[in-house]
Design a protein around this ligand. Structure first.
Ligand code: B12
Ligand code: SF4
Length: 466
């Protein structure tokens, strides 16, 4: 094959059950920043790179053939979450059918959680575990040299009939990560152009969350100066004044938030972030400082409306949630998203009823309230030790690991019951929504109203984290 670019990086296509409208809502339409971090690291190391975001921009696995034909990459890197893993395999298969000499690499949360299982697929040459910036560059430098591959931390690959995993790579200081190579994607096609990741990791240990696999519990953040540089660049180059910090939890470390707020003051930027009620509760001055520096939207993973369950999750209560939301509203936050999960190990029909009541209470305050069924994402405590939680996992069909499908039974609720309750809940919530309720209640991210269709999608979509 004639030589073309060094690396083509892609996201997995949107699954057929998701309409374009479901992803083209502002809260779901950000550039693939993790993949663009990897792209930037490769460019800095002198490699030529192209990126195609199938998830947002459309296309089926077969449409990668057009890209392969025109770009002739030597390496194709695929970023996949659990529910899109089958599509990653389909993409890799097309790549190998096109040219078996193209090296295929997969990264992201799913591959990080189940590296050996993923590497056993013949169409995948390398799995990159955890952060990809350094490992991908080292992989390209080592390619073809077996000894060098074995010394590269963070890799899993087949060697003969064996699957080999090298040692783990420690998370990098976040200041050393390059700014995402946004110039490689058509920024005008994204609604959430102002998305930025300012930290990695999370200080919490929620049993349903798989973030720990990829991020570890080490909370690490970018220096305020670099965050401001990125915001200024987005403002100068793309005219962006509304931003969203889309990481796991923006508010974990009060000192760093105060420092960033100090530097943001006077900038006239507006922004939204993912915060936790306990963080805002613990340090009373945090919220006013955030609001003074432009915070206009807050996303909280509340997860339950029952006090006993809430206490187990993040030591919260309904009263604390309401008082924080009311305080934030009074002080100037305009947009709230409060997301919920059903299927916690302690959930019963009664606790779920409390959750639905609480959703209605928050909706009456203008919040968006996405609801999902608990998904046992690989790497989460609940997937690693289901028996400790009395959970049974019924399926390893990962395409069903989606927020609207039950793949578990809990001690109190069978899988089928959970599905029934979820659909009953959606019906009840849809019926109770008056035509005026959506006015002023916006998505997690944007500071402008979504279309009525988008608002419906938003109500049933969640990002799980936070
Ligand atoms: C922001 C976010 C979103 C945004 C995405 C914005 C965007 N375009 O980036 C939105 C709202 C759209 C979203 C949607 C969903 N999300 Co989300 N999201 C996140 C969140 C909070 C941060 C993502 C992020 O930017 N991380 C930081 C970057 C640096 O990490 P990264 O993207 O993973 O990339 C790094 C490595 O993984 C690796 N890497 C990744 N890909 C590749 C590829 C190659 C080739 C290489 C070498 C390396 C590599 O290198 C990167 C740089 O170090 C994560 C939590 C988390 N901690 O990651 C959840 C998370 C990724 N989301 C999750 C889920 C479940 C979803 C949804 C399914 C939710 C839903 N109900 O709809 C959808 C699915 C969307 C899809 N594409 O399929 C889960 C995934 C779990 C899993 N195992 O699948 C996570 C982990 C949350 C959680 N705690 O459970 N999400
Ligand atoms: S759900 Fe949110 S707060 Fe809990 S561990 Fe995951 S990222 Fe952290």
């Amino acid at each position: 094959m004639s030589s073309g670019i060094d690396v083509l990086l892609v996201t997995t296509p949107r699954p057929p059950h998701l309409s374009p409208a479901a992803v083209q809502v502002s809260e779901n339409s950000a550039p693939p920043l993790g993949l663009l971090n990897v792209a930037a690291a490769l460019e800095d190391a002198g490699y030529s790179v192209a990126v195609h975001d199938f998830y947002q921009l459309g296309g089926s696995p077969a449409s990668i053939l057009v890209l392969l034909d025109s770009l002739r990459p030597q390496v194709v890197g695929i970023s996949a979450l659990t529910s899109g893993f089958h599509l990653a395999l389909a993409l890799a298969k097309r790549v190998k059918e096109f040219d078996a000499d193209i090296t295929t690499v997969i990264g992201g949360p799913h591959a990080t959680a189940l590296p050996e299982e993923v590497a056993a697929n013949p169409q995948i040459d390398f799995v990159i575990r955890g952060e990809g910036e350094i490992t991908m560059v080292e992989l390209l430098r080592a390619c073809g040299r077996k000894a060098a591959l074995g010394l590269t931390p963070g890799l899993t690959f087949r060697s003969g009939s064996q699957v080999i995993s090298t040692m783990d790579r420690s998370p990098m200081p976040f200041d050393e990560a390059p700014m995402p190579a946004r110039h490689l994607v058509p920024m005008d096609r994204y609604l959430q152009k102002g998305a930025i990741v300012t930290s990695r990791g999370c200080a919490y240990h929620c049993w349903f969350c798989s973030s720990v696999t990829f991020n570890t519990h080490k909370y690490r953040y970018r220096s305020s100066g670099l965050v401001i540089d990125e915001m200024d660049m987005l403002h100068d180059k793309y005219g962006i004044t509304d931003f969203e910090f889309i990481e796991d939890t923006f508010s974990c470390d009060a000192a760093r938030v105060f420092e960033l707020m100090h530097q943001l003051r006077g900038k006239r930027y507006e922004w939204a972030c993912q915060a936790t009620i306990p963080d805002l509760d613990r340090t009373a001055a945090l919220l006013p400082a955030m609001i003074e520096s432009g915070c206009r939207g807050l996303f909280f993973g509340i997860e339950s409306g029952n006090d006993a369950v809430l206490k187990k999750i993040k030591n919260m209560t309904r009263a604390k949630v309401l008082s924080t939301v009311d305080r934030a509203h009074r002080e100037g936050v305009r947009h709230f998203v409060t997301s919920f999960i059903i299927g916690h190990p302690w959930d019963t029909r009664e606790t779920i009823k409390d959750t639905l009541d609480f959703i209605l209470e928050l909706r009456a305050r203008g919040a968006h309230t996405p609801l999902s069924i608990l998904v046992p994402f690989p790497g989460s405590p609940i997937a690693k030790w289901p028996e400790r939680f009395g959970i049974t996992i019924h399926s390893k069909e990962f395409r069903d690991y989606y927020y609207d499908r039950a793949v578990i039974s809990t001690p109190n609720l069978a899988r089928e019951e959970l599905t029934d309750i979820y659909f009953e809940a959606l019906e009840l919530l849809t019926a109770s929504r008056s035509s005026t309720e959506n006015v002023g209640s916006l998505s997690r991210s944007r500071l402008a109203s979504p279309s009525p269709q988008a608002a419906t999608e938003v109500e049933t979509t969640t990002t799980v984290a936070g």
